[in-house]
Design a protein around this ligand. Structure first.
Ligand code: PMP
Length: 360
C-alpha cells in the first residue's frame, strides 16, 4: 500500500531526496564519512553549505542585495529574532494578525517591542473568512517593520500578493516558501522553519536585505543576531549541518523539476482538485473565501463531527496519514506541501468520496 503523509510539519520529504540521502548516509562523496560527521569548517562541508545557499538563491531568484542565513530555533526562534534585530529607536512594529501563527508571533514580539497588532480577517456573507485588502491595513509609517504570515498553517488562510508599505515587510513563510513564485525584492526579510517545504526540523532560513543588517545591536543574544550570523557565514557556532545538507538535496530536487515555477503549477492543480471535491459535496466543507484558500494546508470538516474518529482511522487504514485538524480548529487538515504528489491528493479524494457514500 502506498502511504501518503499529510502532516503539517515535520512533513513528507521528496522520495528521491530520501533515497539519495540514504545512499550517501555513511559515505558522502567518497570521504568515508557521513555528512553529519564532517566538521562544519571542513572544505567538504563548506561545499555542501555553499551549494545550499546557491540553491535557494536560484530558486527564489535572490539578488546580492540579500543575505541568506541558516539559523537555529525554528520558526519560533525568528518570532524573537525579528523584533530583537529589527526594532528601531522608537521600538514600534506593526503586526498583521490573520490566524494562529501571526498571533503567536505577536505574543513573542511584545516581550521586546511596542507592538501594534491588528486583526485583518473578516467573514463574508457566506460565512467564509477572508483577509482584508492591503489598503485597509493601517501601518504607522513610524513602525520599524510590518510583520505578517502569508500562509497560516493552522487556519488554512493564504495571502498570495505581497503587501507594499513604506516600512520593511517581514514575512513568516514557514509553510509557503518555495510553493509559488514571489518577488524577494518586495520584502525586507523572509524567514521559514524548514520542516515543511525545505527539509527536516532543526534549521530555519532567513533571507534578509543587507541594508537591514546594520540594525542588529551587539546587545542581543549572539545566536539570534542577524549581523553576526551573516558575518560568520551562518557558522558563528556549529550549524545544523545535516539538516542543511538535506535542504540542499531538496533544492536540487526542485531545480531538476523546473524550479518554483513548475512546482507552483503542480500545487495549483493539487489544491484545486481537493477544494473542488470539498465544494461539490454536501458532506465536506471548508470555510475560507476562495481568494485566501491556502494551497498548502487545507482544513475541512465533516457534516457530522461524531464521524471524525472513524474518518481518521479508516483513512489511516488506507495509508492516508496525519489528517487530524489542529486542535484549535478541529475537523481535518490535509497539508499538501511540495513533496506530496498529485497522486496523494487523488487518493485522498477517492477515500473521501467512498467515506461519504458509506456514511452520509
Ligand atoms: N510559523 C508558521 C507559519 C508555522 O507553521 C510554524 C510551525 N508549524 C511556526 C511558525 C513555528 O515553527 P517552529 O515549530 O519551527 O518553531
Amino acid at each position: 500500500m502506498t502511504v501518503y503523509n499529510f502532516c503539517a510539519g515535520p512533513a513528507k520529504l521528496p522520495d528521491e531526496v530520501m533515497i539519495k540521502a540514504q545512499a550517501e548516509f555513511r559515505d558522502w562523496n567518497n570521504t568515508g564519512c557521513s555528512v553529519m560527521e564532517l566538521s562544519h569548517r571542513s572544505k567538504s562541508y563548506i561545499e555542501v553549505y555553499d551549494q545550499a545557499v546557491a540553491g535557494i538563491k536560484k530558486l527564489l531568484n535572490i539578488s546580492d542585495d540579500y543575505s541568506i542565513l541558516f539559523m537555529h530555533g525554528g520558526g519560533r526562534g525568528q518570532f524573537s529574532a525579528v523584533p530583537l534585530n529589527l526594532i528601531t529607536e522608537n521600538k514600534k512594529a506593526h503586526y498583521a494578525v490573520t490566524g494562529s501563527w501571526s498571533k503567536s508571533a505577536v505574543a513573542e514580539a511584545e516581550k521586546f517591542a511596542d507592538i501594534t497588532a491588528a486583526d485583518y480577517v473578516s467573514t463574508d456573507e457566506q460565512g467564509n473568512k477572508f483577509v482584508q485588502d492591503f489598503d485597509k491595513w493601517q501601518v504607522d509609517p513610524q513602525s520599524g517593520f510590518l510583520h505578517y504570515c502569508p500562509n497560516e498553517t493552522v487556519d488554512g488562510i493564504e495571502i498570495f500578493d505581497a503587501p507594499k508599505f513604506d516600512v520593511p515587510v517581514v514575512a513568516d513563510m514557514s509553510s509557503t516558501i518555495l510553493s509559488h513564485q514571489i518577488n524577494v525584492n518586495d520584502y525586507g526579510l523572509i524567514y521559514a522553519g524548514a520542516q515543511k517545504n525545505i527539509g527536516p526540523s532543526g534549521v530555519s532560513i532567513v533571507v534578509i536585505k543587507n541594508e537591514l543588517l546594520s540594525r542588529s545591536s551587539d546587545s542581543i543574544p549572539s545566536i539570534l543576531n542577524y549581523k553576526l550570523t551573516a558575518e560568520n557565514g551562518s557558522m558563528f557556532n556549529t550549524p545544523p549541518t545535516y539538516a542543511i545538507y538535506l535542504a540542499k538535496l531538496v533544492f536540487d530536487w526542485l531545480i531538476e523539476r523546473g524550479g518554483v515555477e513548475a512546482q507552483e503549477k503542480i500545487n495549483i492543480k493539487k489544491a484545486e482538485y481537493l477544494y473542488s471535491a470539498i465544494d461539490k459535496s454536501d458532506f465536506y466543507s471548508n470555510h475560507i473565501a476562495a481568494s485566501n484558500r491556502s494551497r498548502m494546508n487545507i482544513p475541512f470538516f465533516l457534516a457530522n463531527d461524531e464521524l471524525d474518529k472513524q474518518f481518521l482511522s479508516q483513512a489511516e487504514d488506507n495509508g492516508l496519514l496525519a489528517l487530524k485538524g489542529h486542535r484549535i480548529v478541529g475537523g481535518m487538515r490535509a497539508s499538501i506541501y511540495n513533496a506530496l504528489p498529485f497522486e496523494g491528493v487523488k487518493a485522498l479524494v477517492e477515500f473521501m468520496q467512498e467515506f461519504e457514500r458509506t456514511h452520509a
